[in-house]
Design a binder for this molecule. Structure first.
Ligand code: IPE
Ligand code: IPE
Ligand code: MG
Length: 248
């Protein structure tokens, strides 16, 4: 039985989020420049998107560039932005073939104009696909997102559209960039780092966390299957005790 066959299709996470990490170390290990690692990370994006869509996962969100990543050397940022446009151009036929809709979250206005324009076009060109939504988090950070949500809500209170008593968890969720996406059941981080790095802080309140030492350019379909199988062995209690779950 292959790994994919061992996955219980009735217990799939609806949404998987991934912190794609380790591109730089992967390249340096081979005596290559960090940007070589980013180029080779594209194959892992393709594999994980295809594997998730084939299984029936509805939402896959990939952390591709954080607000903090703007602090990297300019040559690396330029290479990443160029790679983004190239990858979009190259991958649209595969996205359409696999019926994957592209989406993006983050401060997209801060991207170079050609990158954001191409991204918007690709989102439009794939908008009819309904098998899975692939969201790229670009120039994204959770604190940036929460700050904006608070500003929006404060503005609505100030203009009298909302009362402070109307503010609840649902309202906050509806003011985040992920308003149309359910919270991830599973969050994966590659490269052996055990941190969240400002990703989806609100949304992962009850996500199952999975860490692997695999560096992102080496991540393949089997690695996604392993993460899902691990997730399927977890007991998600949401504050209750085991006995209560067994009765339900
Ligand atoms: C992840 O790989 C990709 C981005 C953050 C853009 P890194 O570039 O962080 O690789 P490491 O962590 O330095 O190995
Ligand atoms: C997190 O990776 C951001 C992305 C994967 C896009 P980093 O490599 O930037 O994270 P830190 O800075 O090591 O926490
Ligand atoms: Mg890193």
């Amino acid at each position: 039985m292959s790994l994919a066959e061992k996955i219980d299709k009735s217990k799939l996470p609806l949404h998987i989020a991934v912190i794609m990490d380790g591109n730089g170390r992967w390249a340096l290990k081979q005596g290559k420049d960090r940007t070589f690692g980013h180029q080779n990370g594209v194959e892992a994006v393709r594999e994980s998107s295809e594997a998730a869509a084939e299984l029936g996962v509805k939402y896959l969100t990939l952390y591709a560039f954080s607000t903090e990543n703007w602090k990297r050397p300019k040559y690396e940022i330029d290479a990443l932005m160029k790679l983004l446009v190239q990858t979009i151009d190259q991958e649209i036929p595969t996205l359409n073939k696999n019926k994957i809709r592209l989406n993006a979250i983050g401060d997209l206005k801060s991207l170079p104009p050609d990158s954001s324009k191409r991204l918007e076009e690709a989102i439009e060109e794939t908008s009819g696909n309904d098998r899975m939504t692939l969201t790229l988090a670009l120039s994204y950070s959770s604190r940036w997102e929460i700050e904006n949500a608070i500003k929006q809500i404060a503005h609505e209170v100030q203009t009298g559209k909302l009362q402070p008593r109307d503010i609840d968890c649902n309202l906050i969720s509806r003011n985040l960039t992920t308003k149309d996406i359910p919270d991830p059941e599973l969050l994966i981080r590659t490269s052996g780092e055990y941190r969240i790095s400002n990703f989806l802080l609100w949304q992962i309140a009850y996500s199952e966390l999975y860490f692997t030492n695999v560096l992102w350019p080496d991540f393949r379909k089997e690695d996604l299957y392993k993460a899902i199988m691990d997730y399927q062995c977890r007991e998600r209690r949401f504050g209750k005790i085991s006995e209560q779950l067994k009765k339900a």
